[in-house]
Design a protein around this ligand. Structure first.
Ligand SMILES: *Cc1c(COP(=O)(O)O)cnc(C)c1O
Length: 360
């Protein structure tokens, strides 16, 4: 079978160049006689890999010197607990912006650890838009604000960074590396790597140094950002192979011209799909225009049976994993960095054909 266009929300497509390079290096990395998977994380060869990975990520994202980069495990979901344990003081407060399922889960988890409140939420419109900036209400004296920058399930994204003097903690699992972002506007950025960066098993945390060292005494050692920072993400065995793949992805991004170029490529792909959706009336695009995600594009026919047929027939054409999340239904095309323009062209061509053959 040929490689397909994989629209999965995550784990998702990786650049073919990266997979090919990894394949070449799979069993004997740079002549050292073993695979990256087999080597000690304390070996000189591996140390160069993780150090290069950090250096490259710093370069790609222009991460300021007063931020630490941590390569962790446990997925973005583990950060839902790690964030309050590290940043919410015993009598402290934090405000959460609820813009979808993941931010709601983060909020629920944080409730175990202290006084957390909702700064705004869009549950009433089934998260089809993110809260607008003038609807946000932050309390005085909060330790941080939590938000999910791109809402993978609904296909929404914040078109703004909230204005607050509190540190902003942002879940960027599904938009990291898709466009330039000003890291200095955030206290903590975290992301599961399996959407736009690597294989599942790696979670990247970027944290401003002054936020380290505030963890509660009860914080599990493995969740303590300072312990991880002080040990260069090597308190225990890090997800060695995932970090190696991430390094290849960072190299790939730089070889194409960095995040500015990624943004141009991604905007062009997203425009192809959204322009088509806006110019027809067969499919419904449920997301409010100002909240549209460049990474996850949701649409539906309005008829669950037709949606099902759409997904099945698309699969037959090598356009796979287009089924929407079970809480939303319909279709979702995740078009991360690794999705080529031709994949989106093929999808739009198929959408036109399907609409013509299946009148409602
Ligand atoms: C996928 C995803 C998560 C969950 O990530 P895990 O690594 O599976 O824990 C959390 N937040 C966002 C925005 C996601 O896209």
């Amino acid at each position: 079978m040929e490689r397909v266009y994989n629209f999965s929300a995550g784990p998702s497509m990786l650049p073919e160049e990266v997979l090919k390079k990894a394949a070449i290096e799979m069993s004997n990395y740079e002549g050292c006689g073993m695979s990256v998977m087999e080597m000690s994380h304390r070996s000189a060869v591996y140390e160069k890999i993780i150090n290069d990975a950090e250096k490259l990520l710093r370069e790609v994202m222009s991460i300021p010197d007063n931020y630490k980069v941590l390569f962790l495990q446990g997925g973005a979901s583990t950060q839902f607990a790690a964030v309050p344990l590290n940043l919410l003081s015993e009598r402290g407060k934090a405000d959460y912006i609820l813009s979808g399922q993941f931010s709601s889960k983060a909020y629920q988890e944080a409730q175990k650890y202290g006084d957390v409140a909702v700064a705004a939420n869009t549950t009433d419109i089934n998260f089809s838009a993110v809260p607008s900036e003038d609807n946000l209400t932050f309390r005085e004296g909060i330790d941080y604000v939590h938000m999910c920058f791109n809402n993978t399930i609904y296909g929404t994204k914040f078109p703004y960074i909230p204005k607050t003097s509190a540190p902003i903690v942002a879940d960027m699992s599904s938009c990291i590396l898709s466009e330039p972002i000003d890291v200095s506007k955030f206290g903590v950025i975290y992301a599961g790597a399996q959407k736009n960066m690597s294989a599942a098993g790696l979670t990247v945390v970027i944290i401003r140094e002054d936020l380290l060292g505030k963890a509660r005494a009860c914080t599990p050692t493995m969740l303590n950002y300072k312990v991880m920072a002080d040990n260069g993400s090597m308190y225990n065995t890090p997800p060695t192979y995932c970090i190696y793949i991430a390094k290849l992805v960072y190299e790939w991004i730089l070889s194409l011209g960095g995040l500015q170029k990624m943004q141009e490529r991604n905007a062009r792909k997203a425009a192809l799909l959204y322009d088509y959706l806006d110019g027809q009336n067969y499919y419904i695009a449920p997301v409010e225009k100002s909240s549209r995600s460049m990474m996850n594009v949701t649409f539906l026919t309005g008829n669950p049976d037709l949606d099902k047929q759409f997904v099945a027939q698309a699969t037959g054409r090598g356009l796979v994993n287009l089924k929407g999340h079970r809480s939303v239904g319909g279709m979702r095309a995740s078009i991360y960095n690794a999705m080529p323009y031709e994949g989106v062209e093929k999808l739009v061509a198929f959408m036109k054909e399907f609409a013509a053959k299946n009148p409602k």
